[in-house]
Design a protein around this ligand. Sequence first.
Ligand SMILES: Cc1ncc(COP(=O)(O)O)c(C=O)c1O
Length: 397
Amino acid sequence: MNATPRIPGHRFLHSPGPTRVPDEVLNAMHRQPMDLADPRVDELIASCEQGLKALLQTKDADLFMYAANGHGVWEAVIANVAAPGQTVLVPGTGHFSESWAVQAEAMGVQVLRTPWREGWPMDIDAIEQALRADAGQAIVAVFAVHTDTASGMTSDLAAVRRAIDAAAHPALLVVDVVASLAAEPFAMDALGANVVLGASQKGLMTPPGLGFVAVDAHAMAVARRNTAPRYYWDWTRRQGPLSYRKFCGTPPMNLLMGLQASLGLIFHEGLPQVLARHQLMARTVHAAVNGWSEGGGVRLFARDARALSVSVTTVAVGADVDPEALRTIARERFQVAVAGGLGPLAGRAFRIGHLGDLNPAMIMGCLAGVEAALLVQGVAIGGGGLAAAIRVLANSS
Ligand SMILES: Cc1ncc(COP(=O)(O)O)c(C=O)c1O
């Protein structure tokens, strides 16, 4: 007999990925796989490619999808644009820029870092200085994390592009939109990004396991010249019409079925509407945290409010607060799952994810559950957190 009691009602998932999967996406995945020669497989792949390109706002980039998570597509990018011994510049944004840098180093690539100041987005001046100092143009690419999911902060990609141009440096601009796509405005071609990478499990509302990379002609030429040994990740090997070749083997069909459905939901709602909804959810969460912070026990981690992410909010806690115990109470007693602090923020913060398939009732439920857990833990919070959040929603049109 199953001894685990059934928990009635919905459990709220407020991790910043994986995010809640809408019923339409789950239902779309509830189909049998197809034989590889079935033309419907090609149609499915083509529809996901077109949808992703429309979302990324690129006309001519090549789109490669992988049966892989975000770390997989990080590896794809490293393997294609940099050979062992070559150099990439990784602007510091927090835990995720550092993880990407460490992965590049593990693959034999030299990494130059710009420093990250806690609570702040990328240091744009430091990027320009590093590029200007690179007189021999050894840096092959700048790896920029748009939204660092650990710090909950979004950096100004247009400013990164301007810094590269101001330094007249030929480095590729490679952007990680894993946590920002379908939440924050983004347009690959208008930005002048050479490579963009993302994954299925955040704003795309699809289970984890599908990653993708969009590559412009300039980056494709760099990849063609790159002699680094690679096979599975190789972009040139994946070019061509055959689905088996595009995926270097069997495509993850059911994830593609889910992605196709999720792209359909995004375009049915309308991308501007999706982005505006994320703005509103984020403002609602920020109002709650600012209200709680009046008690002194918690505060917004971000020091620069302009860089607050619309996808995830990082809440710094006082030294006497155990964020892991708080998360356990929120999850087990109030059915609200939030995320913990990562890297240097482990034990010092928790994070509220607010991206993907969310509406006002859900965000109010989430914030009420978190506030209840804060009260149970005796954290010093101002009494107006939830009320401030509700006012933001009430005053929105
Ligand atoms: C911005 C960003 N990049 C990359 C990753 C790595 O993705 P994955 O966990 O799917 O490997 C994450 C994961 O949360 C992320 O937030």
